[in-house]
Design a protein around this ligand. Structure first.
Ligand SMILES: [Zn+2]
Length: 278
């Protein structure tokens, strides 16, 4: 397998199993249960060019647990600009991929993949996801993170590693040096950080569109009363769910919403405007 035939996994490594609370909170509870001495600060927020400095500023290391390429390119821009190491990781089906990115030393994500994938590609929805592939990628990612945090940089892997645990395929592509002319780490053109390349985000092929245009808090009780005549509504402090066939909307307190049942952003935006407000 060569670099050009590498598939790009889009789905995130999972540390949560319940949908009734946001993933960050579910993950934080799980991590806290491993070791009560660990301090975890869950933040339920959509990572955007506007808030990335507030969310990632001062971090020593960034681990990729995202489920879409736009966010990964945004993280890559930020990490390169501020010289923060980050570890790319993704899984789809039985295929996993990971790479350490040390800005100024190794290749960055855009050195290997200059642009996000276009057209059709496998997603968690079409290919499912095999737990053992997730565990393998997460174990490698966590081990590389430990090496970085204890200063054992000479032990870090310097390749883009991919494997398919079902097909018994494995590939490594050299990634120890930046690519000449790379838009991000060479030319330092941070398009995603500038917001110029940040389109709507269609999440992980799950027939869903994320809307994050509204930047003011939502009153769940008020929205819930308004939505009741139009479908089924449930909410707790963290999330509101609204079912209106064939759509399902998940609304967060900051106004962000995930609308399931369409990949058409115009439809999703119209539903959002109709039921939440524009
Ligand atoms: Zn680069």
């Amino acid at each position: 397998m060569t670099a050009t035939t590498l598939r790009r996994a889009t789905c995130s490594v999972k540390l949560y199993s319940i949908e009734s609370i946001p993933k960050a909170l579910a993950a934080a509870r799980k991590i806290a249960a491993f070791n009560s001495q660990i301090v975890v600060e869950p933040l339920v927020s959509d990572l955007t060019p506007a808030n990335i400095q507030a969310l990632l500023g001062g971090m020593q290391l960034i681990l990729d647990g995202t489920d879409n390429f736009e966010t990964r390119y945004l993280v890559n821009d930020y990490a390169v600009k501020h010289s923060v190491p980050w570890i790319y990781a993704g899984v789809v089906g039985s295929y996993g991929i990971t790479m350490n990115i040390l800005p100024g030393q190794t290749a960055c994500l855009a050195c290997i993949f200059p642009d996000p994938p276009r057209g059709t590609f496998e997603t968690c929805e079409t290919a499912g996801i095999l737990n053992s592939a997730v565990n393998l990628v997460a174990s490698i990612q966590a081990t590389e993170a430990l090496k970085l945090l204890v200063g054992a940089e000479d032990k870090l892997r310097q390749t883009l590693l991919s494997f398919d645990v079902w097909k018994n395929e494995q590939a490594e592509v050299a990634a120890s040096t930046p690519r000449d002319g790379c838009r991000v780490c060479g030319k330092r053109a941070f398009l995603y950080l500038a917001g110029e390349a940040q389109p709507h985000i269609t999440m992980c092929g799950r027939n869903s569109v994320q809307i994050h245009e509204r930047h003011r808090p939502v009153d769940f009780a008020e929205v819930s009363d308004r939505l009741k005549p139009h479908g089924t509504v449930r909410h707790n402090d963290f999330v509101l769910k609204f079912w209106h066939e064939p759509y399902e909307m998940t609304l967060f307190p900051d106004g962000r919403a995930i609308i399931k049942g369409t990949t058409d952003t115009a439809v999703a935006r119209s539903l959002y405007a109709r039921y939440v407000g524009s």
